[in-house]
Ligand binder design. Structure first.
Ligand SMILES: [Zn+2]
Length: 141
């Protein structure tokens, strides 16, 4: 499913997450659910929505699943703007979008203070399905 199309909506995502016992991080990296959302983007989306990458996809409340949609669109739109090219042009050979080069809030920031206003947490790195997840355990639950 292309994340910038109209069919990528709340009902779709809720249906895909329903009863899914995998971490939300893995669900968002699943190309059958969302196409082209790479590891860095998923880390940023989860930080923006305050969702822990370890949270089970099927255990997320409706409003929390819904909050992912605008975050995904925003992160991808910023990526496209930063890349100065279309989504298609920006796609790499492995199908993932090229990574935008401006400031990431969590990616590759292990040990640094969390960027969320009033949060006193530090960014942690864990490995999930062989990929690094960066997140703040204080404001991402
Ligand atoms: Zn935080």
């Amino acid at each position: 499913m292309q994340p910038l199309g109209n069919s990528f909506n709340e009902a779709y995502l809720k249906a895909k997450f329903k009863n899914r016992n995998t971490p939300v991080k893995s669900a968002l990296l699943d190309q059958r659910i969302v196409a082209g959302l790479g590891n860095i983007y998923v880390c940023e989306v989860l930080h923006r929505t305050g969702i822990s990458p370890k949270r089970k996809a099927g255990a997320l409340s409706g409003p929390r699943v819904a909050s992912l949609l605008p975050a995904i669109r925003d992160v991808l739109s910023e990526a496209i703007e930063a890349g100065g090219s279309s989504l298609r042009d920006h796609r790499q050979t492995d199908g993932e979008l090229g990574y935008f080069q401006h400031n990431f809030a969590v990616y590759d920031r292990e040990g640094q203070p969390c960027a969320t206003p009033d949060c006193t947490g530090k960014i942690q790195r864990i490995v999930q399905s062989g990929r690094s997840s960066f997140y703040c355990s204080k404001c991402q639950r």
